[in-house]
Design a protein around this ligand. Structure first.
Ligand code: FDA
Length: 389
Protein backbone atom coordinates (compact mmCIF):
# COMPACT_ATOMS: atom_id res chain seq x y z
CA UNK A 1 0.00 0.00 0.00
CA UNK A 2 1.38 3.40 -0.95
CA UNK A 3 1.02 6.62 1.06
CA UNK A 4 2.58 10.01 0.61
CA UNK A 5 3.29 10.34 4.32
CA UNK A 6 3.30 7.92 7.22
CA UNK A 7 3.33 9.42 10.68
CA UNK A 8 4.53 7.17 13.50
CA UNK A 9 2.62 8.11 16.67
CA UNK A 10 -0.94 9.37 17.11
CA UNK A 11 -0.10 11.67 19.99
CA UNK A 12 -0.34 15.45 20.18
CA UNK A 13 2.36 16.17 17.58
CA UNK A 14 1.47 13.35 15.18
CA UNK A 15 -2.22 14.25 15.03
CA UNK A 16 -1.45 17.94 14.58
CA UNK A 17 0.95 17.12 11.76
CA UNK A 18 -1.58 14.82 10.06
CA UNK A 19 -4.15 17.62 10.13
CA UNK A 20 -1.85 19.84 8.08
CA UNK A 21 -0.18 17.42 5.62
CA UNK A 22 -1.25 17.30 2.02
CA UNK A 23 -1.60 14.03 0.07
CA UNK A 24 -2.47 10.56 1.32
CA UNK A 25 -1.54 10.34 4.98
CA UNK A 26 -1.53 7.41 7.40
CA UNK A 27 -0.97 7.74 11.14
CA UNK A 28 -0.02 4.55 12.98
CA UNK A 29 0.11 3.91 16.71
CA UNK A 30 0.52 0.77 18.80
CA UNK A 31 -1.93 2.03 21.42
CA UNK A 32 -5.63 1.21 21.44
CA UNK A 33 -6.61 4.91 21.43
CA UNK A 34 -5.03 8.09 20.06
CA UNK A 35 -3.72 10.90 22.27
CA UNK A 36 -3.60 8.96 25.53
CA UNK A 37 -1.28 11.51 27.16
CA UNK A 38 -3.62 14.30 26.13
CA UNK A 39 -6.45 12.39 27.81
CA UNK A 40 -4.72 12.14 31.19
CA UNK A 41 -3.04 15.55 31.05
CA UNK A 42 -3.90 18.43 33.33
CA UNK A 43 -5.89 16.20 35.66
CA UNK A 44 -8.21 15.29 32.74
CA UNK A 45 -8.63 18.89 31.58
CA UNK A 46 -5.47 19.21 29.43
CA UNK A 47 -3.31 22.26 30.00
CA UNK A 48 -3.19 22.70 26.23
CA UNK A 49 -1.01 25.81 25.96
CA UNK A 50 0.31 28.79 27.84
CA UNK A 51 -0.49 32.45 27.18
CA UNK A 52 3.16 33.37 27.67
CA UNK A 53 4.76 30.51 25.70
CA UNK A 54 7.99 31.53 24.03
CA UNK A 55 11.47 30.15 23.39
CA UNK A 56 12.50 31.13 26.93
CA UNK A 57 10.32 28.32 28.31
CA UNK A 58 12.18 25.50 26.57
CA UNK A 59 15.36 23.53 27.21
CA UNK A 60 17.48 22.29 24.32
CA UNK A 61 21.13 22.02 23.42
CA UNK A 62 20.27 24.65 20.82
CA UNK A 63 17.89 27.12 22.51
CA UNK A 64 17.30 28.88 19.18
CA UNK A 65 15.95 25.82 17.39
CA UNK A 66 12.37 26.09 18.65
CA UNK A 67 11.98 29.77 17.71
CA UNK A 68 10.87 29.40 14.12
CA UNK A 69 8.15 26.78 14.69
CA UNK A 70 6.84 28.53 17.82
CA UNK A 71 6.62 31.83 15.93
CA UNK A 72 4.83 30.34 12.93
CA UNK A 73 2.22 28.44 14.96
CA UNK A 74 1.68 30.25 18.24
CA UNK A 75 -0.46 29.70 21.32
CA UNK A 76 -2.93 32.15 19.73
CA UNK A 77 -3.26 29.93 16.66
CA UNK A 78 -4.08 26.97 18.90
CA UNK A 79 -6.48 29.03 21.02
CA UNK A 80 -8.18 30.05 17.80
CA UNK A 81 -8.50 26.39 16.74
CA UNK A 82 -9.94 25.44 20.12
CA UNK A 83 -12.42 28.32 19.81
CA UNK A 84 -13.51 27.22 16.32
CA UNK A 85 -14.34 23.80 17.79
CA UNK A 86 -16.44 25.42 20.49
CA UNK A 87 -14.24 24.18 23.34
CA UNK A 88 -14.58 26.38 26.41
CA UNK A 89 -11.41 27.06 28.39
CA UNK A 90 -10.06 29.06 31.30
CA UNK A 91 -6.74 30.32 32.60
CA UNK A 92 -5.85 28.56 35.83
CA UNK A 93 -2.65 30.29 36.86
CA UNK A 94 0.55 31.66 35.29
CA UNK A 95 -0.99 31.73 31.81
CA UNK A 96 -1.88 28.01 31.85
CA UNK A 97 -4.98 27.29 29.76
CA UNK A 98 -7.22 24.31 30.55
CA UNK A 99 -10.45 22.97 29.04
CA UNK A 100 -13.51 23.81 31.14
CA UNK A 101 -14.84 20.37 30.27
CA UNK A 102 -12.55 17.47 29.39
CA UNK A 103 -9.24 16.80 27.68
CA UNK A 104 -11.18 14.37 25.48
CA UNK A 105 -12.49 17.46 23.65
CA UNK A 106 -8.95 18.22 22.47
CA UNK A 107 -8.54 14.66 21.19
CA UNK A 108 -11.92 14.84 19.42
CA UNK A 109 -10.90 18.17 17.88
CA UNK A 110 -7.62 16.75 16.55
CA UNK A 111 -9.38 13.67 15.17
CA UNK A 112 -11.92 15.94 13.44
CA UNK A 113 -9.08 18.00 11.94
CA UNK A 114 -7.35 14.81 10.74
CA UNK A 115 -10.60 13.64 9.23
CA UNK A 116 -11.06 16.94 7.44
CA UNK A 117 -7.57 16.54 5.99
CA UNK A 118 -8.41 12.98 4.92
CA UNK A 119 -5.75 11.30 7.07
CA UNK A 120 -6.17 7.63 7.98
CA UNK A 121 -5.50 6.28 11.48
CA UNK A 122 -4.41 2.75 12.26
CA UNK A 123 -4.34 1.83 15.94
CA UNK A 124 -3.01 -1.43 17.45
CA UNK A 125 -0.28 -1.15 14.83
CA UNK A 126 3.42 -1.78 15.39
CA UNK A 127 6.38 -1.10 13.17
CA UNK A 128 8.37 -4.21 12.29
CA UNK A 129 10.81 -2.87 9.72
CA UNK A 130 11.70 0.46 8.10
CA UNK A 131 14.08 0.97 5.20
CA UNK A 132 15.05 3.85 2.92
CA UNK A 133 14.57 3.39 -0.80
CA UNK A 134 15.45 5.58 -3.79
CA UNK A 135 11.99 7.12 -3.78
CA UNK A 136 11.26 7.23 -0.07
CA UNK A 137 10.70 4.52 2.50
CA UNK A 138 9.36 1.00 2.80
CA UNK A 139 8.03 -0.39 6.01
CA UNK A 140 6.44 -3.48 7.41
CA UNK A 141 3.81 -2.98 10.08
CA UNK A 142 1.73 -5.42 12.04
CA UNK A 143 -1.87 -4.34 12.42
CA UNK A 144 -3.99 -6.40 14.76
CA UNK A 145 -1.78 -9.40 14.07
CA UNK A 146 -1.71 -9.03 10.24
CA UNK A 147 1.37 -8.01 8.24
CA UNK A 148 1.13 -4.96 5.96
CA UNK A 149 3.80 -3.81 3.51
CA UNK A 150 3.71 -0.05 3.10
CA UNK A 151 5.68 2.52 1.18
CA UNK A 152 5.76 6.31 1.36
CA UNK A 153 7.72 9.40 0.42
CA UNK A 154 7.84 10.85 3.95
CA UNK A 155 8.11 9.37 7.42
CA UNK A 156 7.39 11.51 10.47
CA UNK A 157 8.77 10.40 13.83
CA UNK A 158 6.15 11.44 16.40
CA UNK A 159 6.32 8.66 18.98
CA UNK A 160 7.27 11.00 21.82
CA UNK A 161 9.70 10.33 24.66
CA UNK A 162 10.24 7.59 27.21
CA UNK A 163 8.14 8.95 30.05
CA UNK A 164 5.47 6.67 31.49
CA UNK A 165 6.26 3.35 29.77
CA UNK A 166 3.06 1.96 31.29
CA UNK A 167 1.18 4.22 28.87
CA UNK A 168 3.03 2.81 25.89
CA UNK A 169 5.98 5.22 25.74
CA UNK A 170 8.97 3.71 23.92
CA UNK A 171 12.29 4.92 22.57
CA UNK A 172 11.22 4.10 18.99
CA UNK A 173 11.88 7.59 17.59
CA UNK A 174 15.40 7.57 19.03
CA UNK A 175 16.10 4.09 17.59
CA UNK A 176 14.92 5.11 14.12
CA UNK A 177 16.85 8.38 14.31
CA UNK A 178 19.99 6.43 15.20
CA UNK A 179 19.28 3.95 12.38
CA UNK A 180 19.39 6.86 9.92
CA UNK A 181 22.53 8.37 11.41
CA UNK A 182 20.91 11.15 13.43
CA UNK A 183 22.52 11.92 16.76
CA UNK A 184 20.37 11.57 19.88
CA UNK A 185 21.37 13.66 22.90
CA UNK A 186 21.41 12.16 26.39
CA UNK A 187 17.83 11.60 27.55
CA UNK A 188 16.60 11.80 31.15
CA UNK A 189 13.37 11.98 33.08
CA UNK A 190 12.18 15.58 33.58
CA UNK A 191 9.22 17.33 35.20
CA UNK A 192 9.54 14.60 37.80
CA UNK A 193 9.37 14.42 41.63
CA UNK A 194 12.55 14.20 43.72
CA UNK A 195 13.11 11.22 46.00
CA UNK A 196 14.91 11.01 49.35
CA UNK A 197 16.20 7.67 50.61
CA UNK A 198 15.13 7.80 54.23
CA UNK A 199 11.45 8.66 53.91
CA UNK A 200 12.29 11.85 55.74
CA UNK A 201 9.20 13.76 54.61
CA UNK A 202 6.77 10.90 55.22
CA UNK A 203 5.06 12.71 58.09
CA UNK A 204 4.64 15.82 55.95
CA UNK A 205 3.02 13.95 53.08
CA UNK A 206 0.30 16.14 51.54
CA UNK A 207 1.60 19.45 52.92
CA UNK A 208 1.91 22.09 50.18
CA UNK A 209 3.65 25.42 50.56
CA UNK A 210 4.53 28.31 48.21
CA UNK A 211 8.31 28.43 47.73
CA UNK A 212 11.14 29.82 45.71
CA UNK A 213 13.03 26.70 44.69
CA UNK A 214 16.41 27.13 43.08
CA UNK A 215 19.79 25.74 42.19
CA UNK A 216 22.77 27.38 40.52
CA UNK A 217 21.00 27.37 37.14
CA UNK A 218 17.39 28.27 37.75
CA UNK A 219 14.79 29.47 40.22
CA UNK A 220 11.02 28.91 40.26
CA UNK A 221 8.38 30.58 42.45
CA UNK A 222 5.68 27.93 42.73
CA UNK A 223 4.21 25.46 45.19
CA UNK A 224 6.21 22.62 46.72
CA UNK A 225 4.44 19.45 47.85
CA UNK A 226 5.83 17.00 50.39
CA UNK A 227 5.16 13.36 49.55
CA UNK A 228 5.88 10.08 51.28
CA UNK A 229 8.71 9.53 48.77
CA UNK A 230 10.15 13.05 48.78
CA UNK A 231 9.23 16.32 47.10
CA UNK A 232 6.82 17.11 44.29
CA UNK A 233 4.57 20.00 43.23
CA UNK A 234 5.08 22.49 40.39
CA UNK A 235 8.27 24.11 41.76
CA UNK A 236 9.94 20.71 42.13
CA UNK A 237 8.84 19.42 38.72
CA UNK A 238 10.14 22.60 37.09
CA UNK A 239 13.52 22.48 38.83
CA UNK A 240 13.96 18.76 38.11
CA UNK A 241 14.62 19.64 34.45
CA UNK A 242 17.64 21.69 35.58
CA UNK A 243 18.92 19.26 38.23
CA UNK A 244 21.71 16.70 38.06
CA UNK A 245 22.46 13.79 40.42
CA UNK A 246 24.32 14.74 43.58
CA UNK A 247 23.39 18.42 43.43
CA UNK A 248 21.72 20.33 46.25
CA UNK A 249 18.56 22.37 45.79
CA UNK A 250 17.70 25.41 47.89
CA UNK A 251 14.25 25.95 49.31
CA UNK A 252 13.08 29.42 50.31
CA UNK A 253 9.97 28.78 52.41
CA UNK A 254 9.25 32.49 52.88
CA UNK A 255 9.91 34.03 49.45
CA UNK A 256 7.54 36.97 49.84
CA UNK A 257 7.53 37.31 53.62
CA UNK A 258 9.62 39.90 55.51
CA UNK A 259 9.77 37.40 58.39
CA UNK A 260 12.55 39.00 60.43
CA UNK A 261 10.68 42.34 60.65
CA UNK A 262 7.37 40.60 61.36
CA UNK A 263 8.84 38.53 64.20
CA UNK A 264 10.53 41.56 65.75
CA UNK A 265 7.24 43.42 65.66
CA UNK A 266 5.39 40.49 67.21
CA UNK A 267 8.08 40.16 69.90
CA UNK A 268 6.87 43.60 71.08
CA UNK A 269 3.14 43.02 70.74
CA UNK A 270 2.84 39.29 71.56
CA UNK A 271 6.06 38.36 73.35
CA UNK A 272 4.49 35.53 75.36
CA UNK A 273 3.51 33.59 72.28
CA UNK A 274 5.54 30.47 71.49
CA UNK A 275 7.79 31.02 68.49
CA UNK A 276 6.42 27.88 66.81
CA UNK A 277 2.83 29.11 67.27
CA UNK A 278 3.77 32.39 65.65
CA UNK A 279 5.49 30.64 62.75
CA UNK A 280 2.41 28.48 62.21
CA UNK A 281 0.58 31.68 61.21
CA UNK A 282 2.80 31.82 58.14
CA UNK A 283 3.67 28.19 57.42
CA UNK A 284 1.67 24.93 57.70
CA UNK A 285 1.69 23.77 61.34
CA UNK A 286 2.94 20.28 60.41
CA UNK A 287 5.88 21.81 58.59
CA UNK A 288 6.74 24.03 61.56
CA UNK A 289 6.64 20.99 63.82
CA UNK A 290 8.99 19.12 61.49
CA UNK A 291 11.35 22.07 61.14
CA UNK A 292 11.48 22.57 64.91
CA UNK A 293 13.31 19.24 65.20
CA UNK A 294 16.02 20.53 62.84
CA UNK A 295 16.22 24.28 63.45
CA UNK A 296 16.42 25.91 66.92
CA UNK A 297 13.01 27.51 67.61
CA UNK A 298 12.39 26.85 71.28
CA UNK A 299 10.77 29.35 73.66
CA UNK A 300 8.55 32.39 73.37
CA UNK A 301 8.98 35.32 71.04
CA UNK A 302 10.24 37.42 73.93
CA UNK A 303 13.09 34.94 74.46
CA UNK A 304 14.49 35.54 70.98
CA UNK A 305 17.40 37.87 70.32
CA UNK A 306 17.66 39.74 67.03
CA UNK A 307 20.48 37.40 66.09
CA UNK A 308 18.30 34.34 66.80
CA UNK A 309 15.44 35.75 64.71
CA UNK A 310 17.84 36.55 61.89
CA UNK A 311 19.34 33.04 62.02
CA UNK A 312 15.85 31.54 61.91
CA UNK A 313 14.86 33.74 58.96
CA UNK A 314 18.05 32.75 57.14
CA UNK A 315 17.40 29.05 57.75
CA UNK A 316 13.84 29.26 56.48
CA UNK A 317 14.84 31.21 53.38
CA UNK A 318 17.74 28.96 52.43
CA UNK A 319 17.07 25.33 53.30
CA UNK A 320 19.56 23.17 51.40
CA UNK A 321 18.47 19.65 50.48
CA UNK A 322 20.13 17.02 48.30
CA UNK A 323 17.67 14.65 46.63
CA UNK A 324 18.93 11.11 46.17
CA UNK A 325 17.28 10.93 42.76
CA UNK A 326 14.01 11.31 40.93
CA UNK A 327 11.05 9.01 40.41
CA UNK A 328 12.37 8.49 36.87
CA UNK A 329 10.42 7.74 33.71
CA UNK A 330 7.75 5.95 35.74
CA UNK A 331 6.13 9.28 36.67
CA UNK A 332 8.05 11.91 34.64
CA UNK A 333 5.81 14.17 32.57
CA UNK A 334 8.43 14.51 29.86
CA UNK A 335 11.79 13.32 28.57
CA UNK A 336 14.60 15.84 28.49
CA UNK A 337 16.87 15.56 25.44
CA UNK A 338 16.15 13.53 22.34
CA UNK A 339 16.86 13.76 18.62
CA UNK A 340 19.62 16.33 18.23
CA UNK A 341 18.29 19.49 16.61
CA UNK A 342 21.61 19.92 14.76
CA UNK A 343 20.47 17.26 12.33
CA UNK A 344 17.05 18.85 11.69
CA UNK A 345 15.75 21.90 9.84
CA UNK A 346 14.14 24.29 12.33
CA UNK A 347 11.70 25.41 9.61
CA UNK A 348 10.43 22.02 8.46
CA UNK A 349 11.67 19.51 11.09
CA UNK A 350 13.12 17.45 8.21
CA UNK A 351 16.40 15.62 8.75
CA UNK A 352 19.13 17.53 6.92
CA UNK A 353 20.80 14.40 5.58
CA UNK A 354 17.78 12.12 5.13
CA UNK A 355 15.27 13.71 2.75
CA UNK A 356 11.71 12.76 3.68
CA UNK A 357 12.45 11.91 7.32
CA UNK A 358 10.91 14.31 9.86
CA UNK A 359 10.93 14.41 13.68
CA UNK A 360 8.45 16.36 15.82
CA UNK A 361 7.15 16.72 19.38
CA UNK A 362 8.77 15.33 22.48
CA UNK A 363 11.05 12.99 20.48
CA UNK A 364 13.11 16.05 19.54
CA UNK A 365 15.59 17.65 21.94
CA UNK A 366 13.18 20.47 22.84
CA UNK A 367 11.63 20.22 26.30
CA UNK A 368 9.18 22.68 27.77
CA UNK A 369 8.55 23.81 31.30
CA UNK A 370 5.52 22.64 33.19
CA UNK A 371 2.44 24.67 32.23
CA UNK A 372 1.21 23.83 28.74
CA UNK A 373 4.54 24.43 27.00
CA UNK A 374 5.13 20.83 25.95
CA UNK A 375 1.81 20.64 24.15
CA UNK A 376 2.54 23.98 22.47
CA UNK A 377 5.80 22.49 21.16
CA UNK A 378 3.86 19.46 19.89
CA UNK A 379 1.37 21.73 18.07
CA UNK A 380 4.04 24.07 16.66
CA UNK A 381 6.49 21.38 15.52
CA UNK A 382 3.67 19.20 14.16
CA UNK A 383 2.33 22.15 12.20
CA UNK A 384 5.82 23.05 10.87
CA UNK A 385 6.36 19.55 9.49
CA UNK A 386 2.77 19.28 8.26
CA UNK A 387 2.80 22.40 6.13
CA UNK A 388 6.27 21.57 4.81
CA UNK A 389 5.03 18.17 3.63
P1 FDA B 1 2.92 11.64 22.76
O1 FDA B 1 3.55 10.89 23.88
O2 FDA B 1 1.76 12.50 23.02
O3 FDA B 1 2.50 10.64 21.59
C1 FDA B 1 3.32 9.60 21.17
C2 FDA B 1 2.45 8.54 20.55
O4 FDA B 1 3.31 7.55 19.98
C3 FDA B 1 1.59 7.82 21.56
O5 FDA B 1 0.26 7.77 21.09
C4 FDA B 1 2.19 6.42 21.68
O6 FDA B 1 1.25 5.41 21.89
C5 FDA B 1 2.86 6.27 20.31
N1 FDA B 1 4.00 5.36 20.34
C6 FDA B 1 5.04 5.35 21.19
N2 FDA B 1 5.88 4.35 20.90
C7 FDA B 1 5.35 3.70 19.83
C8 FDA B 1 5.76 2.57 19.09
N3 FDA B 1 6.89 1.91 19.39
N4 FDA B 1 4.96 2.17 18.06
C9 FDA B 1 3.81 2.82 17.76
N5 FDA B 1 3.37 3.91 18.43
C10 FDA B 1 4.15 4.35 19.46
N6 FDA B 1 2.09 18.78 28.61
C11 FDA B 1 1.44 19.96 28.59
O7 FDA B 1 1.81 20.84 27.81
N7 FDA B 1 0.36 20.17 29.41
C12 FDA B 1 -0.11 19.22 30.27
O8 FDA B 1 -1.12 19.41 30.95
C13 FDA B 1 0.62 17.99 30.34
N8 FDA B 1 0.26 17.05 31.25
C14 FDA B 1 0.91 15.84 31.26
C15 FDA B 1 0.52 14.87 32.19
C16 FDA B 1 1.16 13.64 32.20
C17 FDA B 1 0.77 12.61 33.23
C18 FDA B 1 2.19 13.38 31.26
C19 FDA B 1 2.88 12.03 31.22
C20 FDA B 1 2.59 14.34 30.35
C21 FDA B 1 1.97 15.59 30.34
N9 FDA B 1 2.36 16.59 29.46
C22 FDA B 1 1.70 17.79 29.47
C23 FDA B 1 3.41 16.36 28.46
C24 FDA B 1 2.77 16.03 27.10
O9 FDA B 1 1.81 15.00 27.29
C25 FDA B 1 3.79 15.56 26.08
O10 FDA B 1 4.89 16.44 26.03
C26 FDA B 1 3.15 15.48 24.70
O11 FDA B 1 2.11 14.53 24.73
C27 FDA B 1 4.17 15.08 23.64
O12 FDA B 1 3.49 14.90 22.43
P2 FDA B 1 4.06 13.88 21.35
O13 FDA B 1 3.03 13.79 20.29
O14 FDA B 1 5.45 14.21 20.99
O15 FDA B 1 4.12 12.48 22.13
Amino acid sequence: MRFDTIILGAGAAGMMCAAHCGGRVLVIDHAKAPGEKIRISGGGRCNFTNLYAGPQNFLSQNPHFCKSALARYTQWDFIDLVGRHGIAWHEKTLGQLFCDGSSKQIIAMLLAEMDRAGAELWLHTSLRDLRKTETGFEMVVEREGARNDLSCANVVLATGGKSIPKMGATGLAYDIAAQFGLHVTETRAALVPFTFPDGRFKDLSGVSVPTRLSNDRKSFDEALLFTHRGLSGPAVLQLSSYWREGEAIRVNLIPELPLFDLLRERRQSAGRKALTTELARHLPARLVEYLSTHIPMRGNLADQSDAALQALTDSLSDWALTPSGTEGYRTAEVTLGGIDTDGLSSKTMEARDVPGLYAIGEAVDVTGWLGGYNFQWAWSSGHAAGIAI
